[in-house]
Write a protein of this length. Structure first.
Length: 338
């Protein structure tokens, strides 16, 4: 099988590639990434010499480049991780999020239609469901919960999901969609909660938390997310949506305090800042469908996984510093000159 993996230099996609390139030496993995600020070639540079891995620097919005790539590589399956992913950026520049997350996704879907009805798996998010109240712990998102996004990021992800479902019904495109809650693990860009907290705490800098830190997220280790994607690709039913959750709801403040505790840092570093507009209160996922139908289960508890993740950032401070200095943006050009 030949898999085309878009957005494979980002956080979740690079972890996915490390997992599958090693697990399936007989399959081919073609990574397509335009290396936006969030795409870090250093995340996948160790895969470059593997015989079953190739990289193309391409923008998924570029229909001609995507068409040429499909004609050349003839993939059997697409896994679409490519997206603008930071909610704060979506509030400042909403159009870019629809251009990449909806139109970019459709460009790849159109190539799938044209080049032999290629299987398409979309990496969506639980954020398409909007949020839940803090005082109703009984409520969780199910696959048939109505879509009710609350910011331009989640609205653009929801838009792509809608087009995928329409393409399946109208053109018979063989699609699946997974909607996962918040991931944590190695290689997460230091604009998101966990790497920001670790990096600031190590420098004894104030740690900004939105509002009162009461917002609740459900946390999944990135390897458990990727294991679920692998199962969906091999055993999932075409046309289906699968929720992926971590059975691990935590208030943001609790997550920050856990990290400070692991690092033996004082809670006085916490600094509450003005809340994000439209900030979702609580996400909670019911993942019983993938558990019952595909036999998926978690292999990390939050308690073990967060310790291992904090250790990774502590031991890879050069990785964070490379991003903070902008040096990481030269990694791909350096490879070309090799
Ligand atoms: N991180 C999470 O907690 C989480 C949870 C659920 C779902 N998701 C979804 O998983 C996917 C990956 O998320 P992430 O956290 O790894 O994001 P990320 O921002 O770390 O990575 C996104 C990648 O996409 C690439 N990209 C962006 N625009 C592109 C374009 N036009 N053409 C080609 N490549 C482009 C970037 O260069 C980057 O490598 C996203 O679709 C996101 O919605 C993430």
């Amino acid at each position: 099988m030949k898999y085309l993996v878009t957005g494979g230099s980002g956080f979740v996609g690079s972890n996915y590639l490390h997992y599958v390139v090693n697990k399936y030496p007989e399959d081919q993995f073609i990574c397509v990434d335009m290396l936006t600020y969030a795409g870090n070639f250093n995340n996948i540079v160790s895969l470059v010499d593997k015989p079953n891995f190739k990289f193309y620097k391409i923008d998924i919005r570029n229909a001609e480049a995507i068409d040429t790539l499909f004609a050349k590589e003839r993939p059997d399956c697409v896994i679409n991780f490519a997206a603008e992913s930071h909610v704060d950026n979506s509030i400042k520049n909403p159009n870019l999020f629809s251009e990449t997350n909806i139109l970019g996704t459709m460009t790849v879907m159109n190539a799938c239609r044209k080049h032999g009805n290629v299987r398409f798996h979309q990496i969506s998010t639980d954020e398409v469901y909007g949020d839940l109240p803090l005082d109703r712990p009984d409520l969780k998102f199910k696959e048939d919960t109505p879509i009710r996004p609350s910011n331009p990021y989640s609205a653009a992800k929801a838009g792509a999901d809608m087009q995928l479902m329409a393409y399946q019904r109208t053109y018979g495109l063989p699609i699946t969609i997974s909607r996962c809650s918040n991931n944590y693990g190695a290689y997460q860009f230091p604009e998101k909660l966990i790497p920001v907290v670790v990096s600031k705490a190590l420098k004894n800098e104030p740690i900004p938390i939105y509002g009162k830190g009461e917002n609740i997220r459900d946390w999944v280790h990135v390897d458990d997310h990727n294991n679920a994607i692998d199962l969906i690709l091999h055993k999932g039913k075409i046309g289906e949506i699968y929720n992926i959750g971590g059975h691990s709801e935590k208030k943001n403040l609790e997550v920050v305090k856990t990290i400070l505790n692991i690092l033996k840092k004082d809670e006085s570093l916490i600094s509450f800042v003005d809340d994000r507009p439209g900030h979702d209160l609580r996400y909670a996922i019911d993942s019983s469908k993938i558990e019952n139908e595909l036999g998926w289960s978690l292999s990390h508890t939050f308690e073990d996984g967060i310790e291992e993740t904090v250790d990774w950032y502590v031991n890879h401070q050069d990785w964070i510093e490379d991003i903070q200095s902008g040096e990481y943006r030269k990694a791909y050009e350096k490879l070309l000159k090799r």
